[in-house]
Design a protein. Structure first.
Length: 62
């Protein structure tokens, strides 16, 4: 992901390991911000990294 600046929805789904419905729910909740390039919906890699970094750890702090 370090070399890519924009990810397709399918690439973002694969990286997160979630389904399309869950992913679009995250978008509708404003937790992930898509961008449009022509008719394509893309996700900024930096925004996805920020989202991942903000997820809480399972079971609290170690």
């Amino acid at each position: 992901m370090a070399d890519l600046q924009l990810l397709s929805v399918d690439q973002a789904l694969a990286l997160l390991g979630v389904g399309r419905t869950s992913f679009y729910e995250l978008i509708s909740q404003g937790r992930i911000a898509p961008v449009k390039l022509g008719r394509r919906t893309l996700i900024r890699a930096a925004d996805l990294q920020t989202f991942i970094a903000g997820l809480p750890p399972v079971g609290g702090a170690l």
